[in-house]
Design a protein around this ligand. Structure first.
Ligand code: PLP
Length: 402
């Protein structure tokens, strides 16, 4: 296998897999820390980390040991049984914020489905209100299942899949008046990302985030936060909402939770968690012993190594460097946005060529909305790797300006 070329892998895939992914021109063979190696042995610095998933680096040694040990002890028995691995994970997760209860599933979309279901059921069965509408923000991304696709509210994700489930509304980002006008007696909740990820890295500012929460309190509806991408220490806090002293009723998380094993979770206040009773919601794989043991270890390592503080300082310094670069090479970088190690570098022109050149020179990041280089590196990425990326980007942009 290791001798096959990228083209051979491509044509093999075309005959075997459903279409649906635009792939990068790399067939990955292996990974270690913040490095990936392709099938021809070329090494890359990975600043994408599986889209904010491998926050502790590829094939993390401590986690490999947890996986090996747990794989020999218990992998799966279903949710018909008590499993202490789930409880250890719940204690770790709940130690990070004000929530009282957790529910485990397998992905970000499923976590958002769970919090949408919880919000509706809480309103309808606990509060006895006929409220079901979920309001989201434009350019949001909440997943690809039917409910989360409707919550995402973007044409390009819904094309050909009509009809969408009812009860979802999208309002313009940054507009509190539009949000207030959209809230009706049928509204159950507002669901937002604190830093829009797929939307091209767009962080909320305090006044806006606090304004949304205040509106939810005033109208007595639930305030839900999608922490699937921004959560778990990436933005410089355990959860992104903690930048603004918010107290959401529930949050979803997933991507980095088990460092690459499929795992999602929601956390809710004790009050809102009353929305689920025995039989309300379930999943076969959710909270399995293996991914739960790994996720608990992930959070312990993140806490032990203070990776939130590291993300804030290392990410802050990197963004500073990018802003200086923008000044020294006018006309190349339009804006640098982000929080911690969730960073968008928006170019003043389509970024495809720059992105391709970065790959040629051995650096992987994401190209988002044509002009944004999106960086979501491992939280323990060596600073030299970030510096090397910045030097290389500077070099490429300086060449373009010539
Ligand atoms: C990735 C993502 C999702 C969807 O997660 P999946 O695991 O792909 O289903 C939902 N919300 C946000 C903010 C995301 O970044």
């Amino acid at each position: 296998m290791s001798t096959s070329s990228l083209d051979a892998v491509k044509s093999r895939e075309e005959s075997l897999l459903c279409r649906g992914y635009g792939r990068y021109p790399i067939a990955v063979a292996s990974g270690k820390g913040s490095r990936l190696t392709d099938i021809d042995g070329k090494e890359y610095v990975d600043l994408l980390a599986g889209i904010a998933v491998t926050s502790l680096g590829h094939c993390n040694e401590e986690l490999a040991q947890v996986i090996e040990k747990q794989a020999r002890k218990l992998i799966h028995v279903s949710n018909l049984f008590y499993q202490e691995e789930q409880l250890d994970l719940a204690e770790e997760l709940l130690s990070l914020a004000h929530f009282g209860k957790a529910f485990f599933c397998n992905s970000g979309a499923e976590a958002n489905e769970a919090q949408i279901k919880l919000a509706r059921r809480y309103m309808q069965r606990v509060r006895n209100r006929d409220a079901y509408e979920i309001i989201t923000l434009d350019k949001a991304f909440h997943g690809r299942t039917y409910a989360t696709m409707a919550a995402t509210g973007q044409e390009r994700f819904q094309d050909g899949f009509a009809p969408m489930p009812e009860g979802f509304k999208t309002v313009p980002w940054g507009d509190l008046n539009a949000l207030e006008a959209a809230i009706t007696p049928k509204t159950a909740a507002v669901l937002v990302e604190i830093v829009q990820g797929e939307g091209g890295i767009r962080p909320m500012y305090a006044e806006y985030a606090k304004g949304i929460e205040a509106l939810c309190r005033k109208k007595d509806i639930l305030f839900l936060v999608d922490e699937v991408q921004g959560g778990l220490f990436r933005t410089g806090k355990p959860w992104a909402f903690q930048h603004f002293d918010l107290r959401p009723d529930a949050i979803s998380c997933a991507k980095a939770l088990a460092n690459g094993l499929p795992m999602g979770a929601i956390m809710a206040t004790d009050e809102v968690a009353k929305g689920f009773v025995t039989g309300s919601h379930a999943t076969t794989f959710g909270g399995g012993a293996l991914p739960s043991a790994v996720a608990a270890a992930v959070i312990r390592i993140m806490k032990r190594d203070r990776l939130d503080e590291r993300a804030a300082s290392v990410g802050g310094a990197f963004m500073e460097r990018m802003r200086r670069l923008a000044e020294s090479l006018p006309g190349t970088i339009r804006e640098v946005r982000g929080l911690g190690l969730m960073i968008g570098v928006e170019l003043a022109f389509p970024a495809k060529e720059v992105w391709e050149e970065l790959i040629r020179r051995g650096f992987i990041c994401n190209l988002s909305h044509e002009t944004v280089l999106r960086l979501l590196p491992a939280l323990n990425i060596p600073e030299e790797d970030l510096t090397a990326f910045a030097d290389t980007l500077e070099d490429i942009l300086a060449d373009i300006r010539k």
